[in-house]
Design a protein. Structure first.
Length: 304
């Protein structure tokens, strides 16, 4: 874990424009972020937000219009820097007539790495029993697992994963979450792009949200989920409670409950105000926040 805390991936004012003149379209606009070893970094955004373009620039697959990509302090064009990166983009490309194990063997020879790691990575993605099966007979989830295995083949220090849980069942998604977390705990940097926001919330240390090519928020998962604090109160009579709580933008809920703006530190004062106003308080608790709700609030188009 000697790399832990070191910056593995750094994007500096990264931009990409397709086309010229009046037909020019800016897919990514001045994105700046950094991913450290020992963390899972979630990269989120709606369809068309520029995520795939950003990933391709980070891997050196396309050139940015402006800005810079650095891997472990080196430019992305340096072979030594890219050799420390493993990736899964678009599910990976494999030979359908070869087995999963033989596909990895071909990749190992192409990359010049030790093929003795093949059994190790197949075990890590739970494909050890299916390694001899031909790729064309794999389910969508199995193909995705093989793609992750290929990304881990060189024992990279930075792993970039685009929708790694695509096609997996509930148990498979849970296994993938455990694998991603384990990789970070081993001191590797994991850059994760996924639409499964519930899983992202559970596994990511930090998050970046992009919209229309622009980075609109970067924060720790805990900080991001704490940006919209509300308390749920069970009280009666409700009409009196709503009057007392009017300044806190109350939202009436079923079963005699009301949701108001505020955090845990506001609870004592709210209870005192309610009791003074003749309202009986049966329960007060922080409203559970989830990433999906925060994400939708941040990425909704005000012009739509």
């Amino acid at each position: 874990m000697e790399n832990e805390g070191r910056v593995a991936l750094e994007l500096r004012e990264l931009s990409k424009t397709y086309g010229r003149g009046a037909k020019a379209k800016r897919a990514v606009s001045d994105v700046t972020l950094s991913v450290r070893c020992g963390e899972v970094y979630g990269f989120l955004g709606p369809n068309g937000a520029g995520k795939s373009t950003t990933i391709r620039m980070a891997l050196g697959l396309i050139r940015p219009t402006s800005g810079e990509v650095r891997l472990f302090g080196r430019t992305v064009t340096e072979r030594a820097a890219l050799s420390r990166v493993g990736s899964l983009v678009d599910g990976g490309t494999f030979y359908p007539f070869l087995s999963g194990r033989d596909n990895l063997r071909v990749l190992a020879r192409t990359r010049g790495c030790d093929d003795r790691r093949i059994d190790t990575v197949l075990e890590r993605v739970d494909l050890a029993r299916d390694g001899k099966r031909k790729f064309k007979g794999y389910s969508t989830g199995m193909k995705q697992r093989l793609g992750v295995a290929a990304a881990l083949l060189d024992d990279p220090d930075l792993i970039i994963l685009d929708e790694p849980a695509n096609g997996l069942d509930a148990a498979g998604i849970q296994d993938m979450r455990g694998l991603i977390r384990a990789l970070a705990d081993e001191g590797k940097a994991v850059f994760l792009c996924s639409h499964l926001l519930h899983e992202v919330q559970q596994v990511c240390d930090r998050l970046a949200i992009v919209r229309k090519g622009e980075l609109i928020r970067e924060a720790s998962t805990a900080e991001l989920l704490g940006t919209s604090l509300r308390l749920v109160i069970e009280a009666r009579p409700m009409d009196e409670a709503l009057k007392v709580l009017a300044s806190r933008q109350p939202i009436e809920m079923p079963s005699g409950q009301v949701s108001v703006e505020g955090g845990q530190e506001d609870a004592p004062a709210i209870v005192r105000d309610l009791v003074t106003g003749g309202v009986d308080v049966f329960r007060i608790a922080a409203e559970e926040q989830n990433l999906e709700k925060v994400f939708l609030e941040m990425t909704s188009d005000p012009d739509a």
